[in-house]
Write a protein that binds this ligand. Structure first.
Ligand code: AMP
Ligand code: MG
Length: 494
């Protein structure tokens, strides 16, 4: 077996950016899951990650050849309050690899022991949150959303103290960058412009090479990050996904969904939905996500502005304001384009936004399941209404949907060049049947924690590999929770 072909760059930025840190070995690691497909995509399948001894690497008990483990430094606004010193308190970057397609990836352990940045924490992760992150991040990837990935998960054979003693676990996760908005804030808070520049140059070379020839690469960087985040958050909204902790330290500079904590997908549609047990002020509610995205990007802009125009700060501020203003347009365009796809519209017409909002309002008033509403909508015919009842039953007042369906059909008649079959096929690529529903994640966690049974986790993970395809015998995975199964709160498990 070949060694992992590490090719580490971040470490060259110098020790202001990290602290060299080895994982703390664990008692008795056992593999929960290894992601073969991802290892192939990363070009790692003929390396040690695919051997029996890999479990020791995923547990932090063995340091792979070429790995230069470190904990990254960062700061961040947590629920609006600035913490000048956070950093990887329970994560360790093992190193970087370059995939066969030439994309550079970070490999990181999460839950691998204390670091310089652990403060009062134990540096460990509980089994439940690791299973949740594995399931949700992999589901997001299959749904077509930009995200960090899960390469492997192991149990540690050690108990850790949370509300009670729980099993410890470690996730090996993969990102095109673990640099966060908060990484820039760390240096900005210290007035260290040179390090901000160094970090920005690193990010541009690695994640935004297409802007390297721009007149001012730092201006282009802000613009590019704004666009990626607008695109990302529009995707979350179209899937009913709630991140739960959109602190600036949990916002990736590469535009990937990162740091899955108390995240969840909505069942019944509710603009105000919050799951996180610690989000008392509903700061990160579903409908707040687009504006919180902008708030976070404004914090990034504050870090980068001194690099825009070094002779006149006001000019720099004006440039940043113009870029931040463009966020709303990018978000809106992405959201509208995606929602048009979800309801099967090919052309852009005046009134589309209202039509979409009307549907969402009707769903909210009738506690209709977000995912299934769009899924069943994508199976309706234009003139034959016999299938409408599959959609009706999702609404507390089934008749409430009829005026909307009438408008929708009229709107489609105004443009339709597609047959029912063609439109349905198109719509089904925008409307998944299977999402990682909270009650199913909970069931997977309960079986693993209480019975040591990982089969529920594996079965759910399997179904989520193909979110847009109906799967024989897997109908139950598409269903919303029964009243006694509803999960109202999620915990970040720190
Ligand atoms: P999060 O919002 O979960 O991404 O974490 C916020 C900060 O708390 C980060 O700096 C983490 O590294 C740190 N942290 C979270 N859990 C732990 C833990 N169990 N031990 C040490 N640090 C932690
Ligand atoms: Mg975090």
């Amino acid at each position: 077996m070949k060694p992992i072909p590490f090719n580490n760059h971040y470490i060259k930025l110098g020790d202001d950016f990290y602290v060299n840190t080895y994982p703390t070995p664990v008692a008795k690691p056992e593999l929960i899951s290894f992601n073969h497909d991802l290892s192939q995509q990363l070009g790692l399948c003929d390396t040690v990650v695919n051997s029996p001894e890999a479990v020791e690497i995923f547990a932090g008990n063995q340091i792979a050849t070429g790995s230069e483990p470190l904990a990254m430094t960062y700061a961040g606004h947590q629920f609006g309050r600035f913490s000048p010193q956070l950093g990887d308190g329970r994560a360790i970057l093992l190193g970087e690899i370059i995939s066969p397609k030439g994309i550079r990836y970070d490999l990181q352990l999460k839950g691998s022991g204390r670091t310089y940045y652990s403060r009062g924490g134990d540096g460990r992760a509980a089994l439940g949150p690791i299973l949740r992150e594995y399931l949700v991040s992999e589901a997001m990837a299959k749904l077509g959303v930009s995200t960090t990935r899960a390469l492997a998960a192991v149990t540690t054979g050690e108990d850790i103290a949370r509300m009670q003693l729980v099993s410890g676990a470690i996730l090996t996760r993969v990102a095109t960058s673990f640099v966060r908005v908060g990484t820039f804030q760390y240096f900005s808070a210290r007035g260290d412009l040179e390090s901000i520049k160094k970090l920005a140059d690193h990010v541009i070379a690695r994640n935004y090479p297409q802007i390297s020839t721009a007149n001012n690469v730092y201006i282009a960087l802000l613009q590019a990050v704004v666009e990626r985040q607008a695109t990302l958050i529009a995707q979350w909204m179209q899937l009913g996904f709630i991140h739960g902790v959109m602190n600036t330290d949990n916002m990736s500079i590469a535009g990937e969904t990162i740091d899955y904590g108390p995240c969840a997908f909505m069942d019944a549609y509710d603009h105000e939905q919050v799951f996180s047990s610690i989000d008392y002020g509903k700061r990160y509610a579903y409908s707040n996500q687009p504006s919180i995205g902008l708030w976070n990007l404004t914090r990034l802009a504050e870090c980068l502005v001194p690099l825009f125009n070094q002779t006149n700060i006001n000019t720099g501020v004006q440039i940043a304001e113009t870029i931040l203003h463009s966020y709303a347009k990018h978000y809106e365009n992405n959201w509208l384009a995606g929602m048009r796809r979800k309801i099967g519209l090919l052309e852009q017409k005046e009134g589309d936004r209202e039509l979409i909002e009307d549907l969402l309002d009707t769903m909210a008033m009738n506690q209709a399941d977000f995912t299934l509403t769009f899924y069943y909508l994508s199976q309706l015919n234009l003139d034959d209404m016999s299938r409408d009842k599959t959609l009706h039953v999702l609404f507390s007042n089934p008749k409430a949907l009829n005026p909307w369906l009438e408008k929708w059909r009229k709107r489609l008649h105004d443009e339709t060049t597609l047959s029912d079959k063609e439109r349905q096929k198109k719509m089904q690529t925008a409307n998944p049947l299977y999402i990682p529903r909270n009650h199913q994640i909970e069931a997977a966690i309960r079986a693993a924690e209480d019975e040591g049974d990982f089969s529920v986790f594996h079965q759910l993970h399997q179904v989520l590999q193909n979110p847009y395809q109906p799967q024989k015998g897997k109908e139950a995975y598409a269903l919303p929770p029964k009243p006694h199964e509803v999960v109202k709160k999620t915990f970040c498990g720190t």
